[in-house]
Design a protein around this ligand. Structure first.
Ligand code: GUN
Ligand code: ZN
Length: 447
């Protein structure tokens, strides 16, 4: 008898590596995983029970993984500026606030041009998918139509995405790259209305750029919009000390940077704020109480000399935390880079204080997958291999021909293969990517 309402579409046999709610890395060897026609994981069983399971579920074909292959959950980029991909790898020679004025705002202003937007957004969606980002939480620009186009492109390539039309009514440097609070509110409503009715895997996220770019009136409007529509919220917080001081000047009547967002109803369990390098214990407590999360973006924090987030301290406060590339403050669009930079930053903190409790690669693997999905409050649907969740997965081949990993000992177990992949691997090792059961890499070329 077939217990699933939807039939079985695909069955895979081999090693599955994922994080669970109580372990950083769980290794499931010789398992059989069935995906139903809706893209959900229908069952996980032992490979030895293939005959019984095929009777029970009514499938015939099984895709067998190779000896040096495994499936892992797709990675979750909790913070990436799709619009800044055009200059990724350049322009990292000044501190944040100058960098925004000199490089970021002039480039973002170009997204008024939809063809420019289409070109960059197509490249960034393809690049991130190919590098294993099955879920991305994107900043676009202030332009509603270009932001809607990003949603369409993510949908067309099959990436799960939160997409934010950026809101900002303050810009002293490039006065034409900003909105009035009324425009920003109206366009955000239009953006949400349009995007919500379109694509199953793409959702809008309310996006005040950060407190220095927003009036209190605008922050208030956006908090209300998010509350009334039960939407995700994203912004930046406490990335540099200079920025923290600026927020103190701009918002003198608030207890802290975090309090500025909190008092405008912008801290919820669907809020993700990037960086948080310079938060106080009291602010972290407010994150914990509201369920808001942090997107840790180590490449950006190092590249712009912003600060070093103490991830261990955040986790000890029981604040949710995911990893982000923060393209283009971070120069790499790959979440494997975010994994490595997270480990580097943790090791740099250990160099400063030998008593420091360094993050392990297993913990960082968890942050890149399940941790990210929890930080985005999407873990009901994605983040690991649990029956009922969508099958968002990477088929990793650590022995890919021409790839960056030399397997000298061909008897290495899956834990070692995972560690080698995280430290040495790249997109040549990611032979297939699945989102909600659908194979999205290799790309299916259009007509
Ligand atoms: N703070 C406000 N806007 C930005 C941005 O575009 N990038 C980074 N890294 N920080 C910001
Ligand atoms: Zn950012």
């Amino acid at each position: 008898s077939n217990e699933s309402a939807a039939g079985i579409a695909h069955v895979y046999r081999g090693t599955f590596v994922h994080a669970t709610y109580h372990t950083a890395v769980e290794i499931l060897e010789d398992r059989l995983l069935g995906v139903d026609t809706e893209g959900k994981i229908a069952f996980i069983g032992s490979g030895k029970e293939v005959d019984r399971l095929s009777q029970k579920w009514g499938f015939e074909a099984v895709t067998q993984l190779g000896q040096h292959e495994f499936f892992m959950p797709g990675m979750v980029d909790t913070h990436i500026h799709a619009s800044q991909y055009s200059y990724a790898g350049t322009a990292l020679d000044m501190p944040l606030l100058q960098w925004l004025n000199m490089y970021t705002f002039p480039v973002e202003a170009c997204y008024k041009d939809l063809e420019f937007a289409r070109n960059v957004y197509t490249h960034v969606v393809k690049r991130t998918l190919r590098n294993g980002t099955t879920t991305a939480c994107y900043f676009a620009t202030i332009h509603t139509d270009a932001s809607l186009l990003l949603g369409q492109i993510a949908n067309d390539f099959g990436q799960r995405a939160l997409v934010g039309k950026v809101c900002m009514d303050t810009n002293n440097f490039i006065p034409h790259y900003k909105e009035t609070p009324e425009e920003s509110e109206g366009e955000t409503n239009r953006f949400i209305g349009e995007l919500l009715k379109k694509y199953p895997l793409v959702r809008p996220v309310v996006t005040p750029r950060f407190a220095p770019s927003c009036s209190a009136a605008l922050l208030g409007h956006l908090g209300e919009i998010a509350q009334n529509n039960d939407l995700h919220i994203q912004s930046h917080i406490s990335e540099t000390k200079e920025e923290v001081n600026l927020v103190k000047e701009l918002f003198p009547d608030y207890d802290s940077y975090t309090d500025v967002y909190h008092r405008h109803n912008l801290l919820t369990d669907k809020t993700v704020l990037a960086h948080g390098c310079h938060l106080t214990d009291g602010e972290l407590k407010l994150f914990r109480e509201t369920g808001a999360s942090i997107a840790h973006c180590p490449n950006s924090n190092i590249s712009l000399c912003s600060g070093m987030l103490d991830v261990r301290r955040v986790l000890n406060h029981k604040v949710k935390l995911g990893l982000g590339t923060d393209v283009a403050g971070g120069y790499s669009p790959s979440m494997l880079d975010a994994v490595r930079r997270t480990l580097d930053t943790s090791k740099a903190l250990t160099i400063q204080d030998t008593q420091y409790h360094t993050l392990t690669f297993e913990e960082v693997f968890r942050l890149a997958t399940l941790g990210g999905s929890q930080a985005l409050s999407l873990d009901e649907n994605t983040g690991n291999f649990e029956v009922g969740k969508d099958f968002d997965a990477l088929r990793v081949n650590t022995d890919a021909a021409g790839g960056p990993i030399d397997l000298i000992n061909h008897e290495e177990g899956p834990k070692v293969l995972l560690e080698k992949f995280l430290n040495l691997g790249d997109d040549r090792n990611i032979v297939e990517v699945y989102v909600a059961g659908k194979r999205v890499v290799p790309f299916v070329e259009g007509p």
